[in-house]
Design a protein around this ligand. Structure first.
Ligand SMILES: NC(=O)c1ccc[n+]([C@@H]2O[C@H](COP(=O)([O-])OP(=O)(O)OC[C@H]3O[C@@H](n4cnc5c(N)ncnc54)[C@H](O)[C@@H]3O)[C@@H](O)[C@H]2O)c1
Length: 359
């Protein structure tokens, strides 16, 4: 099996590339344009794992020409929900939507299957904001015993509303999902879509608007500013987190099942058992490091902020017998260990964010 991974020097792409090459013996090619600061650090890991690297941009169809594979895993993106609001929207739409189109055209011509990394942000911001929440300890939680269309105490399922605003980022991903569905109907493209909650782990280049888990750990270890933002500024907002190795376990099963599960869409995340609020994460980081940071507080809520997202991964669990194996504490321990071992390489990348540096 030959696999092409676009965004293959990014956090998810490089992690999947290394694991598919080392664990499954697949021949893997990673393509990336190094838009994300820190992605260049993946080159050594990719080479050590025997992954071929191509410097290319999915906005340019010609960069994909000449590449051949049986499977495309599409991981290249502008992955921030805040993208497009302060500056232009062109990069976001050209990469996340037209770039997907280029990838689908490539897959169609090569008869390759597709695994697409989509996002939980395809769901309606208004509907997510309307979930009935209470404060429990230092986190928001869903009111017990309540359920609604597409949600229950297990979290958000695939039939939750996607109507109405869902962020520019989420909309480029939902539009890509629709294209994928259409390519299935029109051209028989085989594809599985994963709507991911927060994925994290070593080699994520966390920054203020994307990758909060690593950012939190890095600030505790390396120093730098950190603030709770939105919902009163207390840090009660909750996300489920998934270790990228748990994501790999699922993707590996999906590759084997692509022929008979093509067309399916799955919510993928750590679920309620692997969820954390920012305030709880601060406490865990303080325990790990012995450092108590004085966090800032920005009470105002941005239009794309949501107070609570936990993936109901029941459909993926039923289809594949898969469930997340790694706890919040274990993920944090691995991230701290990684930050400590690679400080020389990582600190300039992660600290640059503190100075308001580039993506
Ligand atoms: N990490 C998460 O929490 C998360 C959650 C939900 C969905 N996702 C999705 O998973 C995928 C991977 O995300 P990630 O966390 O690895 O992000 P990342 O930013 O670490 O990786 C994305 C990679 O794509 C590259 N890239 C950007 N534009 C490109 C272009 N035009 N051509 C080629 N390469 C380009 C970047 O340089 C980067 O290396 C994305 O599609 C993202 O939307 C991630």
């Amino acid at each position: 099996m030959h696999v092409l991974i676009t965004g293959g020097a990014g956090f998810v792409g490089s992690s999947l590339a290394v694991m598919l090459s080392e664990n499954r013996g697949f021949s893997v090619t990673a393509l990336d344009n190094f838009r994300r600061r820190g992605s260049e650090l993946a080159l050594l890991r990719l080479r050590a794992a025997g992954v071929a690297f191509v410097h290319g941009d999915i906005r340019n169809p010609e960069d994909l020409e000449g590449l051949a594979a049986d499977l495309l895993i599409e991981c290249s993106s502008e992955p921030s929900v805040h993208a497009g609001y302060a500056g232009g929207t062109r990069y976001l739409v050209n990469t996340n939507l037209f770039g997907t189109f280029n990838c689908l055209e490539w897959a169609r011509r090569h008869g390759a299957g597709v695994i697409f990394l989509s996002t939980s942000r395809v769901y309606s911001i208004a509907a997510l904001s309307d979930l009935p929440l209470a404060v429990e300890g230092r986190r928001f939680s869903l009111l017990p015993g309540k359920t609604g269309q597409g949600w229950s105490e297990r979290g958000i399922a695939e039939d939750f509303s996607t109507k109405g605003a869902r962020s520019l980022y989420g909309t480029t991903k939902l539009a890509s999902e629709l294209l994928i569905e259409e390519y299935g109907a029109a051209f028989g493209l085989k594809a599985i879509v994963n709507r991911c909650g927060v994925i994290t782990g070593p080699w994520q280049m966390g920054k203020v608007d994307q990758g909060f888990f690593v950012l939190w750990a890095a600030r505790h270890l390396y120093g730098g500013p950190l603030a709770y933002s939105g919902f009163g500024g207390n840090g009660y907002q909750v996300r489920d987190v998934l270790h990228v190795a748990d994501l790999y376990d699922l993707v590996s099963l999906e590759i084997d099942a692509l022929d008979h599960l093509s067309g399916r869409t799955f919510n993928v995340g750590g679920g309620l058992a692997v969820s954390v609020s920012l305030a709880e994460l601060t406490e865990l980081c303080a325990k790990e490091t012995g450092v108590r940071l004085a966090l800032g507080s920005e009470p105002a809520t941005q239009p794309v902020d949501i107070p609570y997202y936990v993936s109901d991964h029941g459909a993926a669990s039923r289809a594949f017998g898969w469930s997340p194996a790694r706890s919040v504490e274990r993920i944090l321990g691995e991230v701290m260990d990684w930050l400590g071992r690679h400080r020389n390489a990582l600190e300039p990348v992660l600290a640059e964010r503190a100075a308001g540096g580039k993506v």
